[in-house]
Each structure stands twice: as structure tokens, then as C-alpha cells.
Design a protein around this ligand. Structure first.
Ligand code: F6P
Length: 322
């Protein structure tokens, strides 16, 4: 192993810079040539790679986003594009690839290796925390703290004016963000992609519940319909006559300075990714399982994303919010 590339792909997540920094500095410490690919797999398509030195990653650990830029490179799902990238990697004598991202990113890396490409190792990075095989993904902690801070602020004005709010958080197929933010923010109801209530049942729940509340917050995960809380508010008005104001937190949750937890875990993950490549590992990702960091195979591409299967926090919240 002499030459490696690091890239960030898919949606960005706070803490990615800490992981890049760890990959570059660990790689250089062990005498590897380290390159960055611009905008994820797109950089391989466009042959846009550049050398990274320890100083290239100075002063980035505290910043959100990714200094390498990120993209959802749809064409990488096509074999012809991967063939073209593989030829480029062979020409450049690249031995290893560290990919930081989510499920789609790992699928691309696994295919590239299977088809004869370099060794690949993944670092899980997505605010959704939805990757099978790891309890934690970089960015999740920062995103939930960002959303919680917003909810606390909304609560101030909601309680001053006796208003009800629907606060929409991210989470495409998994409700990890919504559940944690809902419990920590004292939400009355938490709606996730996995835990769905029909609008009629939601209306019934809101009207049956002993409503001694003058103001309230419902946390809604955007699921695959960003902005869906606007429709929910309109339907609730018709069914219950309760008026809900809507606040969609959207991409604010993807940015911002990473928390201590995200920086520490991202640093450990980047360090272990390079050590694993040096030890001959390929087609694996760094994982956190029961508080232990190790490497494990990429998730089965035929399996759905990791979802919230334990409803105990939501059930507890149903009691705590009364
Ligand atoms: O990265 C995960 C995520 O933020 C999801 O929560 C969200 O559904 C999606 O990405 C939004 O993606 P985009 O920024 O490409 O619209």
C-alpha cells in the first residue's frame, strides 16, 4: 500500500473534516502518498485528484461541511463509469480508497473493488445514522444537537403565545434523529418514517389526550416527502380545529461546527480506516458496535437502511409528554 485516495460522497455531515484529517495524517505518518478526490466519485470521473499533506488539513477539524466537497454521483451506479474510473486509478497506481459517506457511497465502493479496483474501506458519515452494521454514523450527534437547539428556541415563543408547532427534522427512511430530538425536546408526539400514524389517528390522539397544554410541539421526520408537515398542519386544522405553525429545519441540520463526540469518533474512524487498509483489509467499513470500534463488511446492498426497530423511546415519550 503506497498511494491512497480519500473522498466524501453523498450528503455531507458535520465531522467529515475530522475524518479526512485523520486519514491524511495517519496515512502520511505511515509513509503513504495521500490524495483527495474532488466532490466524491465525481472527482474520479473527472480525474480531479490532488495531493494532501498534513498541512492541507490544518484548521478544518472544527468546521462542518467537507473540505473535499461532496456529491451524489448518480453515474457511478453505471458499470461503464466505474470501468473508466478503475482505469484511471490503475494508471495513477492507486492502491487504496477511503470513502466517507452513506449506503450509496459504500455500494459504489464495493462494486469498484469487486470489478478489480483498489482496496476500499468505508467510514460511515450521514446525519441519518441509518447504516446497517454500525450503531453510529458521523454527523448524527451534531445534527441532533442543532435540531434540539432550534426546538428549545421554538418552545420559548410557542409558550409565550400559546402556540402549537410542527417541527420537521431530516431523516429519509430512519427516525433516529426525530426520536432523540423529540424525547430531548419534550415533544408531544414524534412521527418517524417507521412509526406512522394516519392523520385521523393523529387527530384522535391529539383530541383524546388530556390537553392541559397551552402550547405543544410535534416532531415530524421529513421521510421521503420533505415539507410534509405543511400538509399535516392543514389536515389537523380541518380535523381538530387546532392550529399548528410549521417550522422546517431542513439543511440547517447538515451544517455547523461538529460536536466533541463527532470529532472524536470521526478521528478514531479515520485512524482505524488507514490502519486497516495497511493491514490488508478491503471491502469493509469502520463500525461502532456496543461502544467498540472495529471493522465489518459493508452492508448487504439488498438490505434496507437501518431503521428504528425499538419503539420503547416513543412509548416512553407518550407518557412523559402528558
Ligand atoms: O444526508 C442525509 C439527508 O440529509 C437526509 O436526511 C435527507 O432526506 C437527504 O439527505 C437530503 O438530501 P439532499 O440534500 O440531496 O436533498
Amino acid at each position: 500500500m503506497k498511494k491512497i485516495i480519500v473522498l466524501t460522497s453523498g450528503g455531507d455531515a458535520p465531522g467529515m473534516n475530522a475524518a479526512i484529517r485523520a486519514v491524511v495524517r495517519t496515512g502520511r505518518y505511515y509513509g503513504l502518498e495521500v490524495y483527495g478526490s474532488k466532490s466524491g466519485y465525481q472527482g474520479l470521473v473527472e480525474q480531479a485528484i490532488f495531493a494532501l499533506e498534513p498541512k492541507s488539513v490544518a484548521n478544518c477539524i472544527q468546521h462542518g461541511g467537507t473540505i473535499l466537497k461532496a456529491d451524489r454521483c448518480v453515474s457511478f451506479y453505471e458499470k461503464s463509469t466505474r470501468d473508466q474510473c478503475r482505469a484511471f486509478l490503475t494508471k495513477e497506481k492507486i492502491d487504496g480508497l477511503v470513502v466517507i459517506g452513506g449506503n450509496g457511497t459504500f455500494r459504489g465502493a464495493a462494486l469498484l473493488h469487486e470489478e478489480g479496483g483498489p482496496a476500499v474501506i468505508g467510514i460511515p458519515g450521514t446525519i441519518d445514522n441509518d447504516i446497517q452494521g454500525t450503531d453510529y454514523t458521523i454527523g448524527f450527534d451534531t445534527a441532533r444537537n442543532t435540531a434540539l437547539e432550534a426546538i428549545d428556541k421554538i418552545r420559548d415563543t410557542a409558550s409565550s403565545h400559546n402556540h402549537n408547532f410542527l417541527v420537521e427534522v431530516m431523516g429519509r427512511s430512519s427516525g433516529f434523529l426525530a426520536v432523540d430530538v423529540g424525547v430531548a425536546g419534550g415533544a408531544e408526539i414524534i412521527l418517524t418514517p417507521e412509526y406512522t400514524l394516519s392523520i385521523e389517528d393523529l387527530a384522535k390522539k391529539l383530541t383524546l389526550q388530556k390537553r392541559h397544554k397551552l402550547s405543544s410541539i410535534i416532531v415530524v421526520a421529513e421521510a421521503n416527502e420533505p415539507g410534509r408537515s405543511i400538509k399535516i398542519a392543514e389536515q389537523l386544522k380541518q380535523l381538530t380545529d387546532l392550529q399548528y405553525r410549521v417550522c422546517i429545519l431542513g439543511h440547517t441540520q447538515r451544517g455547523g461546527s461538529p460536536t466533541t463526540l463527532d470529532r472524536v469518533l470521526a478521528s478514531q474512524m479515520g485512524f482505524l480506516a488507514v490502519k486497516s487498509l495497511l493491514a490488508g483489509t478491503t471491502s469493509q467499513m469502520v463500525v461502532m458496535q456496543n461502544g467498540q470500534m472495529s471493522v465489518a463488511p459493508f452492508p448487504d446492498p439488498n438490505m434496507p437502511s437501518r431503521t428504528v426497530t425499538d419503539n420503547s423511546l416513543i412509548e416512553m415519550n407518550d407518557i412523559l409528554c402528558l
